[in-house]
Design a protein around this ligand. Structure first.
Ligand SMILES: O=P(O)(O)O[C@@H]1[C@@H](OP(=O)(O)O)[C@H](OP(=O)(O)O)[C@H](O)[C@H](OP(=O)(O)O)[C@H]1OP(=O)(O)O
Ligand SMILES: Nc1ncnc2c1ncn2[C@@H]1O[C@H](COP(=O)(O)OP(=O)(O)OP(=O)(O)O)[C@@H](O)[C@H]1O
Length: 329
């Protein structure tokens, strides 16, 4: 695959390296419409919970080390930690292109953890870009990416858009049923007693308010799924200083950079029900997993003899065969 960037047409043959990051949702939801049953959503980031479901569905083979809250933390340390985690477990959240061709990370579903061999190959690829000794280039490159994200402020802007989701899907879904003028399927399931139903008020708001809630939700959903592209080229000595220059202290190099977002098509209204269902599945699978882990811990405490390990595996099997059946899928 060839990726276009602002430097792809550069005539002087200087290397252009582009990083693609899919940051996903960078905040914990705060909507009052989140039910007590789903309160875990306020404390555990969606990306982390979704990993449990993806693992269960064999879409991934191991957990990502990445935590979006680090990337969106606004601190140099947090961003650096997130970039290192993305490098270690890129999945479909981190890719690198050199002169338009992919050199790190996978297309489509993404890749497994970065192995020593993959790391060595990448270190070698960086030799025309990062002027450091063998073994030092990847570290410097990841510093460059983190520093650029920090100084560009691009993720602060993205987070603002993501936070247009103030109702959470648990609130926005009711506004959706108002818009399509259909009986609310969620109230039918959750509100046995209409008088005490916490969502009744959402069904008596004006149509333009429902439209705004759902529009903001879909804009936020788009911002939670878009990708950030950052292109670099080494800055030639003597070229005029530009605003978009980042300095890499560890190699004493300057780079011109450009940051832009891709995949910004607005998510369609018809996905609202699917969003509601997926949200339920993610919380359910994660909660099941936590419950099983808790039980495992208890079992380990009680049986501190040679059979501990076997018991742990038995419980994990329970999670992925019985525990999640019908709930996680
Ligand atoms: O629902 P999510 O959070 O899993 O996001 C979907 C992405 O999955 P991810 O978890 O990032 O691997 C999914 O990514 P992949 O195709 O799995 O790489 C798509 O981006 C999907 O958007 P669309 O339906 O193609 O417009 C994304 O769907 P939307 O929810 O953004 O509509
Ligand atoms: N403007 C761009 N500049 C550079 N690379 C791009 C650009 N747009 C897309 N790409 C590359 O193409 C890949 C697919 O792009 P994009 O996700 O927009 O396609 P899509 O068909 O909408 O896929 P999906 O439905 O899975 O989101 C991106 O992951 C990125 O690597």
């Amino acid at each position: 695959m060839v990726v276009l960037s602002f430097i792809s047409g550069n005539l002087k043959g200087e290397p252009c390296i582009t990083v693609e990051i899919k940051p996903k949702c960078g905040f914990l939801p705060f909507s009052r419409f989140i039910t007590e049953e789903n309160a875990v959503k306020r404390n555990v980031v969606r990306f982390r919970m979704h990993q449990a479901l993806k693992l269960h569905n064999q879409e991934i083979s191991e957990y990502s080390e990445y935590n979006p809250l680090d990337l969106f933390s606004g601190s140099r340390e947090g961003i650096q930690k997130a970039i290192e985690a993305l490098y270690a477990t890129p999945q479909n959240n981190f890719r690198v292109f050199l002169n338009g061709s992919i050199v790190f990370g996978g297309l489509g579903g993404g890749t497994n953890s970065t192995t020593v061999q993959v790391g060595e190959a990448f270190e070698d690829i960086l030799k025309n870009v990062i002027q450091a000794d063998n073994g030092q280039r990847t570290t410097s490159f990841l510093q460059l990416v983190a520093e650029t994200i920090y100084i560009s402020g691009a993720l602060e802007q993205l987070l603002e858009v993501q936070k247009l989701d103030t109702y959470d899907i648990e609130g926005a879904i009711h506004a959706y049923y108002n818009i399509i003028s259909q009986p609310c399927m969620v109230c039918r399931e959750l509100c046995k007693d209409k008088l005490s139903c916490r969502y009744t008020s959402l069904h008596s708001i004006p149509l333009d308010q429902s439209l705004k809630i759902v529009k903001d939700y879909l804009i936020a959903a788009t911002a939670k799924d878009c990708s950030l592209m950052i292109s670099f080229r080494p800055k030639e000595d003597g070229r005029l200083p530009s605003h978009n220059t980042v300095y890499l202290g560890s190699t004493n190099q300057a780079f011109e950079y450009k940051v832009y977002f891709i995949d910004l098509d607005l998510k369609p209204l018809k996905k609202m029900e699917a969003y509601y269902e997926l949200d339920k599945k993610i919380v359910s699978c994660y909660s099941q997993m936590m419950k099983t882990e808790h039980e495992t811990d208890k079992a380990v405490t009680i049986n501190s003899n040679g059979s501990v390990r076997d018991q742990r595996y038995a419980l994990e099997d329970g999670l992925f065969t019985e525990g999640c059946t019908g709930k996680c899928k």
